[in-house]
Write a new protein. Structure first.
Length: 437
């Protein structure tokens, strides 16, 4: 879903590479697969208290097991590259009111290279100096020997203002998932490297655990992976054993619920016992990587007449994951704080043809909600989400109203909470996050 430097890149530009790689994968693992939830650039409570509430289950429950009540987790991604062109900083999480709504922040991304966890952007992460007016607490960073700066120090300050807020360091993403193939060869060594980095004495107090965003185990994303069906489980097991029950271990996973799709390519059910929760990436189902359309909402809650591909909607994703025996309270519902769009469209309703991606501020075919709500207001709804037709452009995105619909679904399903990609896409007053209940 998520990627360094500029948010989730049109993953369909990897379609050609994916096709070339598919033959190398285990026979049958990817039959009929399609990229359902990537994104990329060109794009937890005192730890002890959390452990008691979210320690991994000893055994996988039977299919159909479900929590009696929905959880209240609200997890938002913060991107380290957002401090550049987007000019979105940790202080904005506070001034927008988002910090009061969040239970967890996923800090994206750390890299995966040479079979190890690695720093993603040292300058943005811990070196960039913030002046007093840019800082969360109104105090400037210093250049004293050993002083922590950058996003890490700002997150430390944010946590002091919100003692219950947890920060999880997320590794991988669309761009850096290629490194997991090497990591999977020696899961214990990989887990050790991640632990050493996350628990580095310079910033150990900032982070409450680790998140893995592998796009995709034993399947194709930006590159193709053939590490085998059990590789993901082995990696998550090693991470849990190293990080223990006092740290959070989570993972962003595919939302491709099509027959023979990406959910079928890896043992997500077997790995569930090792994670506190999964973030199924229930967005980016459709987009302008299919340049001529048909137009379709990128984050439909449910299927609808004419949807381009079966299994590409949130309800089918959650149903399939729960059907594997993954507890409902270990599944969070994903929301996108952005839209995807086409140009050259004449039809208002979904299913129209197009000539290419609609223009976007940072990347063609994608735009933040805060920009779309004004320049291309929603004109209709389908499948529990919104779409908009303005001129020859066609966009789909969630609004406060459709997020409300998704929250009702989340509660009915007894899911563990909600997560979203990503904080900078919201308005300066946190219009979307305030719709998350």
């Amino acid at each position: 879903m998520l990627r360094p430097h500029e948010k989730r890149l049109p993953h369909r530009l990897a379609a050609a590479a994916a096709g070339l790689c598919t033959a190398a994968l285990t026979a049958g693992a990817l039959t009929g697969t399609a990229t359902a939830a990537p994104a990329a650039p060109s794009a937890a409570t005192a730890k002890t208290a959390t452990a008691a509430a979210t320690a991994p289950s000893a055994a996988r429950p039977a299919a159909g097991t479900q929590a009696t009540a929905a959880g209240s987790k609200v997890v938002g991604y913060f991107t380290n590259w957002g401090v550049y062109q987007r000019n979105y900083h940790v202080k904005n999480i506070e001034t927008s009111g988002s910090a009061n709504k969040l239970t967890h922040i996923n800090y994206a991304f750390g890299n995966v290279a040479g079979g190890k966890c690695a720093i993603g952007d040292s300058y943005a992460d811990y070196d960039k100096a913030y002046t007093a007016d840019q800082s969360v607490d109104g105090k400037a960073d210093t250049w004293e020997n050993g002083a922590l700066r950058g996003n890490f120090n700002q997150l430390r300050k944010l946590k002091k203002l919100h003692p219950d807020l947890k920060v999880i360091w997320s590794f991988g993403g669309w761009t850096w998932s290629g490194g997991f193939a090497e990591a999977a060869k020696n899961p214990a060594a990989f887990a050790q490297s991640c632990y050493d980095l996350v628990e580095d004495k310079r910033w150990a107090d900032v982070f409450d655990g680790i998140d893995i965003d592998w796009e995709y185990p034993n399947a194709c994303g930006l590159t193709c992976d053939s590490s085998g069906r059990n590789a993901f489980t082995n990696v998550m097991k090693a991470l849990r054993e190293k990080f223990g029950s006092s740290n959070l271990v989570t993972a962003a996973i595919t939302a491709d619920a099509s027959a023979g799709g990406k959910i079928d390519a890896a043992d997500y059910a077997g790995a569930a016992q090792y994670v506190d929760w999964y973030n199924p990436m229930t967005y980016d189902y459709f987009g302008a990587w299919d340049a001529k359309g048909p137009t379709a909402p990128h984050s439909p809650l449910t299927s609808y007449n004419g949807i381009p591909k079966a299994g590409f909607n949130s309800a089918d994703t959650i149903k399939k994951l729960k059907g594997l025996g993954i507890p409902a309270n270990k599944l969070l519902l994903g929301i996108g704080f952005y839209g995807r769009g086409w140009s050259g469209v004449t039809q208002d309703a979904p299913g129209g043809t197009a000539t290419g991606a609609a223009p976007g501020k940072y990347e063609a075919g994608i735009e933040d909600y805060k920009d779309l709500k004004g320049r291309c207001p929603a004109t209709g709804k389908v499948g529990g989400t919104a779409y908009a037709k303005c001129g020859d452009q066609w966009w789909s995105y969630d609004t406060p109203e459709t997020i409300g619909t998704k929250m009702a679904y989340k509660n009915e399903q007894g899911l563990g909470g909600t997560f979203f990609w990503e904080l900078s896409g919201d308005t300066t007053t946190g219009e979307l996050i305030k719709a998350i209940k």
